[in-house]
Design a protein around this ligand. Structure first.
Ligand SMILES: Nc1ncnc2c1ncn2[C@@H]1O[C@H](COP(=O)(O)OP(=O)(O)O)[C@@H](O)[C@H]1O
Ligand SMILES: O=C(O)C1=C[C@@H](OP(=O)(O)O)[C@@H](O)[C@H](O)C1
Ligand SMILES: [Mg+2]
Length: 434
């Protein structure tokens, strides 16, 4: 039996049951909710029934693929939601030893939908969706939970899938009145990101669309969320659903009501921890130096994309440009940006020309807050910067300053010390220890 670490002998015990469990936020979330110790429990199919039925050491379990059906079947009693869907993500061992199954994915999505409708769409709540057209993308397990929560609102739900009668082609023609789109497919999930199952032009053509929800939470902005953001539409990643389902599970594990405002604060804590800070700006402005200082301040890994380029291709960015020209450099620079942009919790310093390629924006913003360092052009270092030397700083600034501005979530006028700039960025992003 390949159990997770931290097993407790005969005591209260919580955990996530699955077959292949990579990194999971659930232990951290449940620690905040009071369900500890919370382990990752990896079992082979033949181990699941004996563990669930006979191992008296666990008190509460979350269950993930591929065991949600087993969980529903193995329970002595099922909630109405589990009876309806045939899948459970929550098991509770009662004092008499019997096992109760619930599905808090439904409740978690319901919570996310309710707060999205209220806080982002300005509606009275999800019940205001009654009669509205909602498109649910995908027809797998997550889709079942989303559909169940939407049914309760009275919305008119259309399930879009590859194999069903209602496919992905021509959505704007078939569903011209869609008000909300919910992605339940794994398309766009790390590491194959950013990606979207619906092209941006089709979202743009849905003229009554008010918002986009995704159940995927890594990266923070999937392809469909990035598209929504560009179209000026409210969007929400699946992190809210993840935290909310954990809260509803934890309530059942402990048999108490838990403060609902914890959903927002835990979600924010995870966002703050995982979102990359990405520095852009003119060559010589101080991205590399300030980036290193910021990483040190925050205790995070630092990646300079020019260093990563040298590691990957065996030559410095400057030498590569001198030898092969700029166009070839840009193609390779995008590969490097794609790799590091999809990771989490990094401080990333870009090369000054990263903004010349529009495709790089989604790669860096999917998981990152973009910060422009700004200082007067006459203060910029030009040493070993072939493009600054050939084209002149003023010409580069004319071309790039509007792009830096358009990409930046935050513009930082440099103060004169890298450590001071690092502190100013951390403070502006709310990342200093509270
Ligand atoms: N805050 C700062 N104040 C003064 N000089 C700085 C500052 N940050 C960086 N420098 C200097 O400016 C030059 C360019 O910095 P660098 O971090 O390589 O910029 P970039 O990565 O944006 O091209 C380096 O010589 C560095 O020591
Ligand atoms: O401005 C540019 O086009 C470049 C800037 C450099 O990075 P810095 O901005 O860190 O100097 C490096 O990526 C390459 O020489 C190209
Ligand atoms: Mg640099």
């Amino acid at each position: 039996m390949a159990r997770g670490e931290g097993k407790t002998a005969g005591g209260a015990r919580f955990g996530l049951l699955g077959r292949t469990l990579g990194h999971s936020w659930s232990p951290l979330i449940h620690a905040r909710l009071g369900s500890t110790p919370y382990d990752l429990i990896k079992l082979e199919p033949d181990e699941v029934a004996p563990f669930v039925r006979n191992d008296a050491s666990w008190r509460g379990l979350n269950v993930t693929i591929p065991y949600k059906r087993n969980a529903a079947r193995l329970a002595d009693e099922r909630s109405e939601r589990v009876e309806r869907l045939g899948v459970a993500n929550t098991l509770v061992r009662r004092p008499d030893g019997s096992v109760y199954a619930d599905n808090t994915d439904v409740l978690g999505f319901g919570w996310m939908l309710e707060s999205f409708c209220r806080d982002r769409l300005g509606l009275e709540g999800a019940s205001a969706l009654a009669g509205a057209d909602v498109l649910v993308l995908g027809d797998g397990g997550a889709s079942q939970a989303v559909q169940a929560a939407l049914e309760d609102t009275g919305a008119h739900v259309s399930v879009i899938s590859r194999h069903g009668s209602d496919g992905y082609g021509g959505l704007p023609e078939r569903h011209p009145h869609a008000l909300l789109v919910v992605n339940t497919t794994p398309v766009g999930m790390y590491p194959k990101c950013p990606a979207s199952v619906v092209p941006e032009r089709d979202l743009a053509a849905l003229t009554e669309l008010r918002g986009v929800l995704d159940v995927v939470y890594n990266p923070r902005r999937t392809g469909i969320c990035l598209a929504a953001e560009r179209l000026g539409l409210p969007w929400q990643s699946g992190l809210a659903m993840l935290v909310a389902q954990a809260l509803f599970s934890s309530e059942q594990f402990q048999g108490v009501r838990i403060d609902r405002s914890l959903v927002g604060s835990i979600e924010k804590e995870i966002c703050d921890q995982t979102e990359n800070v990405v520095l852009i700006g003119m060559p010589g402005v101080g991205k590399t130096t300030t980036g290193r200082a910021l990483a040190h301040l925050l205790g995070r890994p630092f990646v300079d994309l020019d260093d990563a380029f040298r590691l990957e291709f065996g030559t410095s960015a400057a030498d590569f440009i001198r030898e092969h020209g700029e166009a070839e450099f840009r193609a390779k620079e995008t590969q490097v940006a794609s790799d590091y942009g999809s990771r989490s919790s990094l401080v990333v310093a870009c090369g000054g020309g990263i903004v010349t390629q529009p495709r790089n924006y989604d790669l860096l913003h999917q998981n990152g807050t973009i910060v422009q360092l700004d200082r007067p052009a006459n203060q910029l270092s030009q040493a070993n910067r072939p493009l600054s030397q050939e084209r002149g700083i003023q010409a580069l600034a004319r071309e790039r300053m509007p792009l830096y501005r358009a990409w930046a979530d935050l513009v930082l006028p440099c103060t004169g010390s890298a450590a001071g700039d690092a502190r100013a960025i951390a403070a502006a992003l709310g990342l200093l220890a509270r």
